[in-house]
Design a protein around this ligand. Structure first.
Ligand SMILES: *[C@@H]1O[C@H](CO)[C@@H](O)[C@H](O)[C@H]1NC(C)=O
Ligand SMILES: *[C@@H]1O[C@H](CO)[C@@H](O)[C@H](O)[C@H]1NC(C)=O
Length: 222
């Protein structure tokens, strides 16, 4: 193979370095052992300001109560108990959070996306039907039925859902690679925004008449 001229090697090196930089959409790497969030700071930064590390205690890295089921007596029949940087200040800058999800029989965790995290979910109890939709190739559903002990991945940013398709309650534990993964629940964001997205826009987008759109918007206002 002919050797590449120096300038070409440099260009390729630069391009791959830029690619690495662009691909860094997840939380940044920490630059110190930890950065326990200071809840009292008025300074706004990307993430949260660190308190003095000498003042960090075990409580900053701790929470409890994930043994308790969330109340699933709501419209969708599920409840997400999220443990992010708000609940454990020591998670600040560490690119990690965890959630317990409870599902009533036939309950769903409706289609949603986490703008800043990939999710890995383990079924602790019961069984779930889960899936996500790809962006490339466009709109392909990748779905599976899961049982106790099964683990499934929802890649960052993709719309995904879970449904309890078993007889009893179901429980899952999900880990996410962001201290603050964020969640956009599709139906609520689209039909429940405040103020409303103009109904003629949604009518065209969803191939519905405007009356139907207004009815849906009214249902999501509460
Ligand atoms: C935090 O640590 C600094 C230095 O170790 C100390 O002066 C300060 O009083 C501490 N603050 C609190 C709230 O404990
Ligand atoms: C989830 O469960 C908690 C604890 O039971 C409850 O306070 C909360 O209102 C529930 N959330 C929803 C959306 O039902």
């Amino acid at each position: 193979m002919a050797s590449l001229p120096g300038s070409k090697v440099l260009l390729i090196g630069l391009l791959s370095a830029m690619t690495c930089f662009v691909a860094l959409a997840i939380d940044n790497n920490p630059l110190q052992d930890f950065c326990v969030a200071d809840p009292n700071s008025q300074v706004l930064v990307n993430g949260l300001v660190c308190k003095n590390p000498n003042n960090a205690t075990a409580e900053d890295f701790f929470t409890s109560g994930l043994n308790e089921a969330g109340d699933t007596s709501n419209a969708v029949g599920s409840n997400v108990t999220l443990v992010n940087v708000v609940r454990i200040p020591g998670l600040n800058t560490l690119s990690l959070s965890i959630a317990r999800i409870d599902y009533a029989p036939r309950g769903i965790n409706p289609p949603h996306t986490h703008p800043r995290a990939t999710e890995i979910l383990t079924v602790i109890k019961g069984q779930l039907r889960v899936g996500f939709v790809t962006s490339n190739p466009e709109n392909r559903l990748i779905a599976k039925d899961l049982h106790e002990g099964d683990v499934y991945v929802f890649p960052e940013g993709l719309i995904h859902f879970q449904q309890n398709n078993g007889e009893g309650n179901a429980v899952a534990i999900a880990a996410l690679n962001s201290q603050n993964p964020g969640v956009i629940t599709i139906a609520n964001a689209v039909f429940g925004s405040d103020p409303d997205i103009p109904s003629d826009i949604l009518a065209k987008a969803f191939m519905l008449n405007e009356e139907k759109v207004k009815e849906l918007q009214a249902r999501f206002d509460n």
